[in-house]
Design a protein around this ligand. Structure first.
Ligand SMILES: Cc1cc2nc3c(=O)[nH]c(=O)nc-3n(C[C@H](O)[C@H](O)[C@H](O)COP(=O)(O)OP(=O)(O)OC[C@H]3O[C@@H](n4cnc5c(N)ncnc54)[C@H](O)[C@@H]3O)c2cc1C
Length: 315
């Protein structure tokens, strides 16, 4: 079973999920190659090699320097055919969500998204993925010759396994783009993305307003964590949408998720219940968040959070 891994990168840096998927492919004991589109191929191939990539195929065309939904999909679909790959592995990131169905449609290939477990059983690929906002965990098998799989970031660990990556460069004709990205307006540059963070400090409506968010930011910075938010906080305009965790936001799997003033609605849980440890701070002892929390503090957050901050500063 030959696997092609799409190495996603952003702002000139490879995303962690690329390394996680390399480690996953290695653990499956299947042959794999890595596909890189745009970006600085030479230096990125070196980094991919640190995680065990032995072959990196880079697709060159100036028009592909920036992400193009149909352009990248066409290149990946052609690459799967040319490399005789059976499986395309990519991250269940915003780009993965956009790209995977396009490749799947071009190849008429079955697709499983947001997988939290990938196994090989003989010639079968067995996948586990949450469904219905996390209420059900389905075990599925894709039966088409080519299979498209997106894996939830932070589920598999990226393990360094140095190899010297051989770089193969493929010149591609300019695909007939139907959509072209003209401009990317990014939020705060260098901000840790919730999907890649090992620790997330999230706030909800209980924060009362944006003027109190410095508490979340301070606690997050002391933990080296990313800032997250519930939809209530995002809809109120207190926080940007890229911080929203949940069914209509991002799905996260950090080691530690701290939910502050968040009730734990099913749509929020859908995005964070696969976190390894969950800590909830809420003044309502019956808040549903306590049903999924490993540790709970029933208290007024405006008393507890400043205390946590001063204790951490003193430590
Ligand atoms: C189709 C659909 C999709 C959705 N997608 C998402 C999604 O992606 N993400 C998401 O988060 N939601 C989503 N929602 C909304 C979701 O149903 C909830 O409305 C939302 O999660 C509530 O946010 P919250 O917990 O911050 O606010 P609330 O439910 O209002 O909870 C606030 C909590 O703060 C506590 N609190 C208040 N004051 C304090 C204090 N001083 N100290 C300690 N605790 C305090 C309260 O006890 C309460 O539990 C979606 C809803 C729908 C219908």
């Amino acid at each position: 079973m030959k696997i092609l891994i799409y190495a996603e990168h952003k702002e000139g840096k490879l995303r962690k999920i690329a390394f996680e998927n390399i480690s996953l492919a290695k653990s499956l004991g299947q042959p794999f190659e890595v596909a890189l589109i745009g970006g600085n191929a030479e230096s990125m191939a070196d980094v991919l090699g640190k995680y065990g990539a032995e072959k990196v195929i880079t697709f060159k065309n100036a028009a592909l320097a920036e992400y193009s939904p149909d352009g990248y999909a066409k290149v990946l679909a052609d690459a799967i055919k040319k490399q005789n790959a059976d499986v395309l592995l990519m991250g269940a990131t915003s780009t993965g969500k956009d790209l995977a169905p396009r490749v799947s449609a071009l190849l008429n290939a079955a697709m499983a998204t947001d997988c939290t477990e990938v196994k090989v059983d003989g010639s079968d690929l067995i996948l586990k993925r949450p469904m219905y906002a996390g209420k059900v965990k389905a075990t599925i098998k894709l039966t088409s010759p080519v299979k498209i799989v997106t894996v939830r970031p932070n589920v598999y660990q990226a393990v360094e396994a140095p190899a010297s990556a051989q770089l193969e460069s493929v010149d591609v004709y300019k695909p007939d783009f139907r959509s072209v990205v003209k401009e990317i307006i990014s939020g705060a540059k260098g901000k840790l993305d919730v999907t890649e963070a090992d620790i997330i400090v999230s706030g909800g409506r209980g924060m009362k307003g944006p003027e109190n968010w410095h508490l979340i930011e301070e606690l997050a910075s002391l933990f080296g964590a990313a800032n997250g938010a519930s939809r209530a906080a995002v809809d109120a305009g207190w926080r940007p949408h890229d911080e929203q965790v949940g069914q209509t936001g991002k799905t996260v799997s950090p080691t530690l998720y701290i939910a502050i003033g968040i009730s734990g609605a099913i749509q929020h849980l859908a995005g964070m219940s696969s976190s390894k440890y969950i800590v909830a701070i809420n003044k309502d002892p019956d808040a549903p968040i306590f049903k999924v929390a490993d540790y709970g503090i029933v208290a007024d957050l405006f008393e507890v959070v400043p205390r946590m901050i001063s204790e951490l500063k003193a430590a």
